[in-house]
Design a binder for this molecule. Structure first.
Ligand code: ZN
Length: 675
């Protein structure tokens, strides 16, 4: 009995690409489009295909890392979801489906962001009954285990709020390992034991200047009273999954784009086989130096947010390729860096004589796996090893198609309709808003941060706690000032002299009003980026009073039907204000004028108007926007000829979230249920 409907061929054809997919609990599923995949060569498509298989084969690793019962609970829930013969219209069934989807999304039974265990919206009685009415042969019973014993073992994990309440506990003063449900440490290992174990290891490090990332690829266990590592490698813990990853990496090597890339893959395979952390550092160095190829990827244990001690890394993978059009945009800016520096409104004493722009790489994500799926970042900056970064640099990329998907989804959610003042402004934002956002980011990253210089003898840290707000504000102001410059139209980066207004409007709307949705009532603005947007917007509001052409205010907050809106009366004058503030912020930075930095940030950047805050929160709440988002992957299928040779790789986007999850469980269940 098939209870999840596979889209028929006709439906698939009829279904146009949609960014918005489905919504449950506090989550919304989105799709991302792999723009440009069709234009890749067959060899590149094969490379993406093999890397995407490698990215999916590690799925179970992350589930097991997130908690030792996760794989069994997933199989139990999926078995019921597939085979339950009872009434599927009840509210308890709906609650069951929501619970399963949340578990899928989090790769386990704890919230992906908050780390708290989900409380099911259905009863133990319901689950017991559902088990009875489902196909028992599918349940993950241990050998010889009765259904009763099975329920007795798993039910407290699912239902009892006191059992494994938090995946990662950071509460000061408690034993962070014993009180965290993650599976990086075996039963009974204490925080003191782990710290002692790794303390000794670090002391004995052969090269203290270039330490490996101790403990990052193993579980620490206690066996016969002894503390030891079970390393994640071929033949070791997670070996079954790792061998399948290696299988696909070997395929990928046959279609690598360059000898450098072959070397990267070879080294990674060596790391998977041996678990040697020195080899891992060597791999990251090869990877960081491989910048010329179009296709790139990561596939290993990477980030350590899931370990309360911040050592052990969760498994993640991404395959991607260069977005040439977007990368060309940043190249154009950085090759004109000196022109921008020479024409900036800052005092020539604070300008750089020789400025070098940074050419940022924009990538298209082709597959997301492990801890990057389905919730993911829109930028990547790796590797994490401090000494490798210092000696060999890092790769920093923005993932254009994911940003794009977030933007597209935001258009339908009513947010702008609620906060943008009128149809004319909205039209401009619809036409140019997303693009100008990207361009703002490019100007900020490629030129803004790199512009200007300190006067001789000025300490880089003289602005202390205000340093990062001032620095981010400086880069933003550089971007805002130049967005309205005819030079951008001349360079072909903007279509006309009005497009920039979309960014001016949304920037001020955000800084004066809408970013307040991220602040709790009664609190001030704390985060550096939020402070910088706030001080720029409030300074422009204040300093623009009476300065518009004809004598009005450049920017105003106006009330309509009891609601507050941002109104920009004079865009040209606003650009002038941004230029003036850029010159002042550069002066503050160049001279290390702490007092002026403090004044600017404290006066304009920190305080929150309580009644406006309350109003914005109420209007936002009424929109009922999901706070967390995640992505459904596209599906790749290899087309083969009679000899089994791949002749094409097809991409499709019509899989529903539950279909994708059940398919992954069918095709990529690489590990035993208990590890
Ligand atoms: Zn920045």
């Amino acid at each position: 009995m098939t209870l999840f409907t596979a889209a028929t061929a006709q439906e698939a054809v009829a279904e146009t690409f949609s960014y918005n997919n489905e919504r449950f609990a506090d989550l919304q599923m989105l799709r991302y489009q792999v723009s440009g995949f069709e234009n890749l060569t067959l060899k590149q498509k094969k490379l993406i295909y093999y890397l995407s298989e490698a990215a999916l084969c590690g799925r179970d690793i992350l589930w097991d890392q997130n908690g030792r019962y996760n794989l069994r609970i997933r199989q139990l829930l999926e078995s019921i979801y597939i085979s339950y013969s009872g009434d599927r219209s009840t509210t308890e069934w709906q609650a069951f489906v929501t619970y399963l989807k949340r578990v899928w999304f989090s790769n386990g039974i704890h919230h992906h962001y908050g780390c708290d265990k989900f409380q099911p919206g259905f009863s133990e009685q319901f689950l017991r009954e559902a088990i009875r009415q489902s196909d028992m042969s599918r349940f993950p019973l241990a050998k010889g285990q009765t259904m009763e014993a099975f329920c007795a073992e798993l039910f407290p994990v699912i239902f009892d709020p006191a059992v494994m309440p938090k995946r990662v506990n950071q509460a000061d003063g408690e034993d962070l390992i014993l009180t965290s449900a993650e599976n990086y440490y075996g039963v009974g290992v204490t925080q003191a034991e782990a710290e002692e174990f790794y303390g000794k290891m670090k002391e004995a490090a052969p090269d203290p200047q270039r330490p490996v990332m101790f403990g990052m690829n193993s579980r620490l266990v206690k066996e016969g009273g002894k503390i030891k590592e079970r390393v994640w490698r071929s033949g070791g813990l997670y070996g079954e999954a790792i061998d399948r990853i290696v299988f696909w990496l070997q395929k990928a090597r046959t279609v690598a784009e360059s000898a450098k890339q072959e070397a990267v893959i070879d080294k990674l395979i060596e790391v998977y086989r041996t678990g040697d952390l020195k080899a891992f550092d060597d791999y990251t160095i090869l990877w960081v130096n491989n910048t010329e190829d179009d296709v790139d990827f990561t596939n290993y244990f990477t980030e350590s947010y899931g370990d309360p001690l911040g050592m052990k890394a969760s498994w993640e993978a991404i395959a991607n390729f260069k977005d040439h059009a977007a990368t060309e945009r940043t190249r154009k800016l950085s090759s004109n860096a000196q022109w921008f520096e020479d024409h900036s409104p800052v005092d020539p004493r604070f300008r750089k004589d020789r400025v070098k722009g940074v050419s940022a790489k924009v990538i298209v994500a082709a597959i997301l796996g492990g801890d990057l799926y389905p919730s993911t970042a829109i930028g990547i900056n790796l590797p994490n090893s401090n000494w490798v970064r210092a000696e060999h640099g890092s790769k920093s990329v923005t993932i254009g198609n994911l940003t794009d998907a977030y933007n597209k989804a935001a258009h339908g959610n009513g947010f702008q309709a609620e906060f943008v003042i009128d149809a004319e402004t909205q039209k401009n934002i619809d036409d140019y808003g997303d693009y100008c956002d990207d361009l703002h980011t490019d100007l900020h990253e490629c030129l803004g941060h790199g512009s200007g210089k300190l006067l001789p003898g000025v300490d880089v840290d003289s602005l202390k706690a205000y340093g990062s707000s001032i620095e981010e504000g400086r880069a933003d102001l550089f971007a805002l000032y130049y967005l309205a410059d005819p030079k951008l139209v001349e360079l072909g980066l903007l279509p006309n002299g009005d497009a920039y207004k979309s960014q001016y409007y949304t920037y001020l709307m955000n800084g004066l009003m809408t970013q307040l949705v991220r602040i709790e009532p009664g609190k001030n603005v704390e985060e550096a980026h939020m402070r910088n947007r706030s001080f720029i917007a409030h300074w422009a509001l204040e300093q623009g009073r009476g300065k518009a052409a004809g004598g009005g205010d450049v920017v105003a907050l106006v009330k309509r039907d009891g609601k507050t809106y941002v109104k920009i009366n004079d865009y040209k004058a606003l650009r002038g204000l941004f230029g003036t503030l850029l010159a002042e912020v550069q002066r503050i930075k160049s001279e290390g004028d702490f007092e002026a930095a403090r004044q600017l940030v404290e006066t304009y950047g920190v305080k929150v108007d309580a009644s406006l805050h309350q109003e914005v929160l109420a209007r936002y709440k009424a929109l009922n926007i999901a706070p967390y988002k995640g992505f459904i992957n596209p599906r790749y299928e290899a087309v083969t000829d009679n000899n089994g040779e791949i002749t094409d790789v097809r991409i499709s986007y019509d899989e529903h979230y539950d279909q994708q999850m059940l398919r992954y469980s069918r095709e990529y269940s690489t590990l035993p249920l208990e590890n």
